[in-house]
Design a binder for this molecule. Structure first.
Ligand code: NAP
Length: 434
């Protein structure tokens, strides 16, 4: 028998569990740990609330979760409730699938001013992550600046730009819906430090901006390279740049309530303000061998909200080697040290789609299989239960999550799939009550 602990119940965690079941069938017991009492990580608290079809993948994880050999162990924080070395003593392999939940820092003066957020915090706020449910961003100024040219920037812009009606069918949490309803933001500037050919936005997501009811995207045509130059792009990039070209030629922004302005070749240099953000100082850039270099020309954008969507970092865990430069655990193709592995964003950084984590999960299980053979008679589940009991750690099981899930669905406003609990004690209460 092999005993496997997976830390993190997001896509990487569940795909890894799926791979372990394929590898060993009844010859494995898998415990999936999570800090929160609710599973599915990024699917619940990262994927945009108006992208419900992407969230549908959680049904696949549920099928894995309901397998007898897999167990959800929620509301347990590794490093606080149990250490990594204790887990390693109990399980043949410990696989860290903890994602990259922390914002990378801009490293600019003024980034700690009020109403300057990273996307992890802002996305967590509208998705009801307990750590950010009380963020309370002020949406009272007419201009917001969103930094970064990736898909997370697009999510944030779209959420800021949508009217209340456009959230029908989404699971955006009530506190965000009512704050956005009262929002005075009428201009959203997306700062890209490089140009249209360098965006990391995918075509489907970028194209969505053209279908918003009260907002329209606008690109300055002079920022676009000659159309013939698009030939060097791969088909996806070409399609994305095609959308930008359409945004440059569309002439309907004057009639729309909210304008989404793409500002390319624009690197933020400072966030200015007394207590909270009032302006963003930007330096015009040019490309030098694909890199953005400052031209010395600067300007200021008056703004009351700044959201930096510039990537994420993995949280550190005591006693686990960490690569500061890359922002994830130090590893060799998933191996950290004997018996300790990482997978997904915790292994490779925040890149790729949800599905990219599936081959990642299968690859790490191949390595685990080579390393642990038939297993080493570790205590596994009963050993963890004894430790949890001794420490008074009350973990949340998958059946408890099913009660929370049921209560959230029952609490849904009309047209919404659920109303999420946004505080851990509410979740625990629903699990106990259900
Ligand atoms: P990303 O794709 O890496 O984009 C980050 C952006 O931030 C880049 O445009 C980057 O510009 C810019 N940036 C980085 N540091 C900066 C700085 N100091 N100043 C100004 N700009 C800076 O990251 P992401 O948007 O967080 O997305 C993470 C992953 O999740 C991606 O793989 C993404 O596709 C995926 N995702 C997918 C979906 C979806 O499919 N619907 C939704 C959300 C996220 P440079 O290129 O110049 O470095």
């Amino acid at each position: 028998m092999r005993h496997i602990a997976i830390v993190g119940s997001g896509p990487a965690g569940y795909y890894t569990a799926e791979a372990a079941l394929k590898q060993w069938g009844d010859g494995v017991r898998i415990d999936i740990f999570d800090t929160l009492p609710v599973p599915f990580g990024l699917i619940r608290t990262g994927v945009a609330p108006d992208h419900q079809s992407i969230k549908g993948v959680s049904r696949r994880y549920e099928a894995t979760a309901l397998t007898e050999n897999v167990r959800f162990v929620g509301n347990v924080m590794i490093g606080r409730d149990v250490t990594i070395s204790e887990l390693q003593n109990l399980y043949d392999a410990v696989i860290l699938a903890t994602g990259a939940p922390n914002d990378r820092k801009l490293g600019l003066p003024g980034e700690n001013l009020a109403n300057v957020f990273g996307s992890a915090a802002f996305v967590g706020w509208y998705n009801g992550h307990p750590d950010f449910a009380d963020l309370d961003p002020a949406l009272s100024h007419d201009t917001a600046v969103v930094i970064g040219n990736g898909n997370v920037a697009l999510d944030v812009v779209r959420i800021l730009a949508k009217s209340n009606d456009e959230f029908e069918g989404s699971d955006i949490v009530a506190h965000a819906l009512s704050a956005l309803d009262a929002s005075r933001i009428r201009k959203i500037v997306i700062l890209g430090r490089r140009g249209p050919h360098q965006i990391a936005m995918t075509p489907k997501e970028l194209g969505e901006l053209a279908h918003l009811t009260r907002a329209c995207p606008h690109v300055d045509a002079s920022d676009l390279p000659d159309e013939a130059d698009d030939a060097v792009l791969d088909p996806g990039q070409r399609k994305s740049v095609g959308h930008l070209r359409a945004f440059a030629s569309a002439n309907f922004c004057a009639e729309q309530e909210v304008v989404i302005e793409f500002d390319f070749f624009a690197a933020p240099r400072a966030i200015l303000g007394k207590d909270r953000v009032e302006e963003v100082e930007v330096e015009r850039t040019r490309l030098d061998n694909g890199k953005a270099v400052g031209t010395g020309e600067t300007y200021r954008i008056p703004a009351g909200l700044v959201i930096a969507c510039i990537g994420y970092q993995t949280s550190k865990i005591p006693d686990v080697p960490y690569d500061e430069h890359s922002g994830h655990f130090s590893n060799e193709e998933g191996r950290i040290r004997p018996g300790l592995y990482c997978v997904g964003w915790a292994r490779r950084g925040p890149t790729g789609t949800i599905g990219t984590n599936r081959p990642d999960g299968f690859a790490v299980i191949e390595k685990v299989a080579t390393d642990i053979g038939d297993g080493a008679s570790k205590a596994g589940r009963p050993g963890f239960d004894a430790l949890a009991n001794e420490r008074g750690v009350q973990y949340v099981k998958f059946t408890d999550w099913q009660k929370i899930d049921k209560a959230e669905i029952a609490n849904a406003r009309e047209g919404a799939p659920r109303e999420k609990f946004v505080h851990v004690d509410q979740m625990i209460e629903a699990a106990t009550r259900g």
